[in-house]
Design a protein around this ligand. Structure first.
Ligand SMILES: *Cc1c(COP(=O)(O)O)cnc(C)c1O
Length: 361
């Protein structure tokens, strides 16, 4: 069972908006709002006052437009994909143009509508490089209105990394070639916490809206937005020397009490948590023993009273006492990957926002 707290998402957005005002606070809702469900999330954010959204791909943009209606801006980070040309028009999407080819394509096929341009300030992933930028600013009319200029940070979650300041200087240098007042957008979630120099006219948080800690190593300033629970299906006692799970990777060092829980890697609990992670049974911590399988995990409940670890009870896999970052650490990954891997199988319940009640099956 996956509970998604839309009030927490909205509160996180308001908090970041207050922290960054007078900059505009957009919301990145790519990958189905990081796995939480783009429709309910964008409706909750729009109700909270968010007027700009970003997605990765045009099809995601179409879904967000359907959820949010006309009005808010929707930026497409992949830029202009000419085979999806119709979607930009019909769903009123604003591409973030990343290459000279995309810029020329939009000038020809964008119907005169505005677009962002992405300048790469040092991540070397997406956006115009220095020579391409130089050619653009000296090249005269773009052929369409410029909605703004974006750049993206590589190391924002490491505040002392020298690349942060180097990228800031490079981005400022690029903007200096444009008319004053051109809208600029730089900071992702962690970038917001690097300070006001990084905010410019618009910030673009994603992960922090969904409860991932934007300041790793420091207390999480965001509210948790997801709770993933699984039901105990069976409890058994095993003797010393007996194996548990696929591959017999766990051998009981002594007599143990083992509970089998209906959550597996198909639900987003990474297989890397095998013999490493833990869950909470009525607030008692229970280590995962053996392999995480597709539909199930096995946990050691030897030290937990029978009444707190019996069939039909729910255990917390991700929740208020075991946040998404802690689960990610168990799996050797980051909260972003844990959220986007959340499966489709279980019941999703949305709380708060404009979408009270159950959804999905
Ligand atoms: C994903 C993404 C963001 C949001 O990043 P978070 O770290 O999730 O806040 C912002 N900008 C760009 C270009 C992105 O790709």
């Amino acid at each position: 069972m996956l509970d998604i707290d839309l009030d927490a998402v909205a509160a996180n957005w308001r908090r970041l908006a207050a922290l960054t005002a007078p900059a505009e606070c957009a919301a990145v809702v790519k990958a189905d709002a990081y796995g939480l469900g783009a429709g309910p999330v964008v409706r909750a954010l729009a109700a909270a006052g968010c007027r700009s959204f970003y997605v990765a791909l045009p099809d995601e943009g179409r879904a967000v437009r359907a959820a949010v209606g006309t009005g808010p801006a929707i930026g497409v980070l992949a830029g202009y994909l000419s085979d999806a040309r119709q979607i930009y028009q019909t769903s009123d999407l604003t591409p973030v143009l990343n290459t000279p080819l995309q810029i020329d394509g939009w000038a020809a096929g964008g119907g005169g509508r505005a677009a962002f341009v992405h300048v790469d300030s040092g991540i070397n992933r997406l956006g115009l490089g220095p020579e391409q930028w130089q050619a653009l600013v000296t090249g005269g009319d773009l052929g369409f209105p410029l909605a703004g200029v974006l750049s993206h940070l590589a190391c924002a979650d490491e505040p002392d990394h020298p690349l942060n300041r180097a990228q800031l200087a490079a981005f400022r240098g690029a903007l200096a070639r444009l008319p004053a007042g051109t809208r600029a957008s730089f900071a992702n979630s962690s970038g917001i916490f690097l300070g006001g120099d990084f905010h410019f006219g618009q910030v673009r948080p994603g992960a922090a809206l969904y409860g991932v800690n934007p300041t790793p190593g420091r207390p999480n300033p965001m509210r948790p937005a997801v709770r993933l629970r699984g039901r105990i299906l069976q409890v058994r006692h095993i003797d010393r020397g007996q194996a548990v799970g696929y591959g017999a990777t766990y051998i009981a060092p002594s007599a143990r009490k083992v509970a089998t829980v209906a959550v597996g890697y198909a639900d987003g609990l990474h297989r890397a948590a095998s013999n490493r992670g833990s869950v909470l049974c009525q607030s008692h911590e229970a280590p995962i023993i053996g392999r995480v399988s597709m539909d199930m995990i096995t946990i050691d409940v030897s030290d937990i009273p029978d009444h707190a670890a019996r069939p039909d009870l729910w255990v917390d896999v991700i929740g208020p006492h075991r946040d998404v970052d802690a689960v990610a650490a168990d799996c050797g990954t980051i909260g972003y990957e844990v959220l986007t891997a959340l499966g489709r199988r279980y019941r999703r319940r949305y709380r708060g926002g404009t979408h009270d009640g159950a959804a999905g099956g």
